[in-house]
Design a binder for this molecule. Structure first.
Ligand SMILES: Cc1cc2nc3c(=O)[nH]c(=O)nc-3n(C[C@H](O)[C@H](O)[C@H](O)COP(=O)(O)OP(=O)(O)OC[C@H]3O[C@@H](n4cnc5c(N)ncnc54)[C@H](O)[C@@H]3O)c2cc1C
Length: 525
């Protein structure tokens, strides 16, 4: 058993940022299922929002976020996040993050523009912002003697005492293939999103929604899981695994076209390529279906070689690796699952409905994103909620907790039954199911069919899980089927179309916006 003041699960921007702060207040066990840098954070290209320019204003950033969120944002929380952004950005800079400046010697930052923003307010490190932030945070964590990092350690389930207070987590150590119990006064879920639940995704392999599934099983409220953001432009190439063509490329003038070179966005929105993501995604989906095409194209050629290579060095060289010279050719793109606006329901300080359990970052549903996230608000949400959770936790770190008995212990050492590699085909079944039945455009018939299919899959997977030697694949499989079920449940509960959720049977938006809250015991759909 490993004991600490804080147990933080996940090493993306949210988990690392909180660990650095919490270390001033006690010992931190930082658990991560692969290597420390494996995260969505490290993949983020576009940047992080903050009002920096004189022509911009806090009101305008708030307004853009609320418009994108289609009436479902928690406006108070949006305001707080936007106002706190400058301090959080200053902290990142003080830790060593280098955002791109206008020129090498300029004191002014080069601010990017992305879909849904009315002003340039995206701080970036060329087109590798997430990598820059992640590397700097990791460097600082490694220097900190109050933080112990446990790599290749995958949280399986939360531990609750008899009063349903969260006391720690069961963790599978993939190096030693053994179970480790982590106990702490404060437990934080910073496990990121769940893009891997879908067939096509921009997310890295770690994004299997583990934290959301764990919290659900522990009885936490889960909010707004129907709002899955599809990114409009993932590179369409069989060899490219989930490579994203950043929104910033459209921000810098790239045009969406059909294979014959015809533009189409003006038919769908006056903001054309810079309309919010849900509008652009549905436009692409409609055009692909109408024309029977496998993809559409993004054309940045008009900006010329010098600009393209210096502003988007990563995208330029990655595409070149796949034989696409974006200076001279259009880029084939398709939409893919990108971001979960929903997740573990939290309050303004990151507290969940389970005592002692916090959730921050993409795993959480804070109310910031409403029905559709505004581009580049999620890295910001990660640092803002890390700070809020840290400050809130200070009142609890010295609390006296009674001794407790472990409720169950999954025996990993004893092999009950050997694994059947063919069972892992269920991965593809689930990912195809979500893509086809609860994807960009939904209908009641498809959702009801999906509910029946997922019920059967979940039972098969849980039976298998109970009788097989634990490994990372089966733990993730159990989580993705759980997340798929939550998305379907939530989508069925929403009797309207709003933001990212579009149901052809309810093509209208209700006048009153309501969050969808589910938990493991709640009835309904
Ligand atoms: C390609 C791409 C580009 C993006 N671009 C931008 C952008 O420009 N701007 C922006 O604001 N947002 C962007 N996003 C979204 C943003 O990157 C994420 O929302 C954000 O980084 C999430 O941070 P996080 O700390 O919550 O989670 P992550 O960074 O995903 O970290 C989650 C961590 O939890 C660990 N973990 C998961 N499950 C377990 C488990 N069971 N046990 C132990 N550890 C576990 C993972 O290994 C990982 O370390 C992008 C996302 C992608 C995929």
């Amino acid at each position: 058993m490993i004991k600490s003041n804080y147990l933080i699960i996940g090493t993306g921007i949210a988990g690392l940022s909180l660990a650095l702060k919490a270390s001033a207040n006690g010992s931190v066990a930082l658990v991560t299922k692969r290597r420390i840098f494996d995260s969505s954070t490290g993949k983020a290209q576009g940047g992080i929002c903050c009002v920096m320019d004189k022509s911009d204003s806090f009101e305008s950033h708030v307004q853009d976020t609320l418009v994108s969120g289609a009436g479902l944002c928690d406006s108070k929380m949006v305001e707080k996040m936007v106002l706190e952004a400058p301090n959080r950005i200053k902290e990142l800079i003080n830790l060593g993050v280098k955002f791109t400046r206008k020129t090498n010697f300029s004191s002014e930052f080069d601010l990017g523009l992305e879909g849904g923003h009315t002003k340039r307010r995206i701080l970036h490190a060329n087109d590798m912002t997430g990598k820059e932030i992640e590397e700097v945070l990791i460097k600082n964590v490694k220097k900190n003697s109050n933080i112990t990092v446990y790599e290749e350690c995958m949280a399986i389930d939360l531990i609750l005492d008899d009063n349903n207070v969260c006391r720690g987590a069961y963790v599978f150590n993939n190096k030693t293939k053994s179970l480790v119990i982590f106990e702490a006064t404060i437990i934080v879920m910073a496990t990121g999103g769940a893009g891997k639940v879908y067939l096509y995704t921009s997310n890295p392999d770690i994004a299997t929604g583990d934290g959301i599934a764990m919290a659900y099983r522990a009885g936490a409220n889960i909010a707004n899981m129907e709002f899955v953001q599809f990114h409009p432009t993932c590179l369409y190439n069989v060899d490219a695994k989930s490579f994203l063509i950043s929104e910033a490329v459209r921000g810098e003038g790239a045009i969406l076209k059909l294979k014959n070179g015809q533009q189409f966005m003006e038919k769908y929105d006056t903001k054309k390529e810079l309309a919010s993501r849900d509008i652009v995604v549905r436009a692409i989906d409609t055009e692909m279906k109408k024309n029977g095409d496998d993809c559409v194209y993004l054309d940045i050629r008009a900006r010329g070689r010098d600009f393209i290579v210096s502003r988007f060095p990563n995208i330029y060289s990655k595409c070149l690796d796949y034989g696409i010279d974006i200076v001279n050719n259009m880029i084939p793109v398709v939409p893919s699952a990108h971001f979960f606006c929903g997740g573990i329901a939290i309050d303004e300080n990151g507290r969940t409905s389970v005592k002692n359990l916090y959730a921050i970052g993409e795993a959480a549903c804070s109310g910031i994103h409403g029905a559709n996230r505004l581009a580049s608000n999620s890295l910001l949400e990660g640092v803002v909620y890390a700070d809020r959770a840290y400050k809130d936790s200070l009142q609890f770190t010295n609390q006296k907790l009674s001794s407790f008995k472990l409720k169950f212990l999954k025996n990993v050492e004893k092999n009950n039954q050997s694994n059947h590699p063919e069972f892992m085909e269920k991965w593809n079944e689930i990912r195809n199911l979500t893509w086809n039945y609860v994807g960009i455009v939904r209908s009641n018939r498809k959702l009801l069919e999906a509910r029946e299919k997922v019920k059967i899959l979940k039972k098969e997977i849980n039976d298998y899980y109970d009788n097989v030697l634990l490994n990372v694949d089966i733990i993730e499989l159990r989580n993705i089927v759980c997340v798929a079920e939550m998305i379907i449940r939530s989508a069925l509960l929403r009797k309207e179309s709003r933001g990212l959720h579009f149901n052809t049977d309810y093509p209208f938006m209700l006048s009153k916006a309501k969050n969808t809250i589910i938990n493991v015991i709640s009835k309904g759909e």
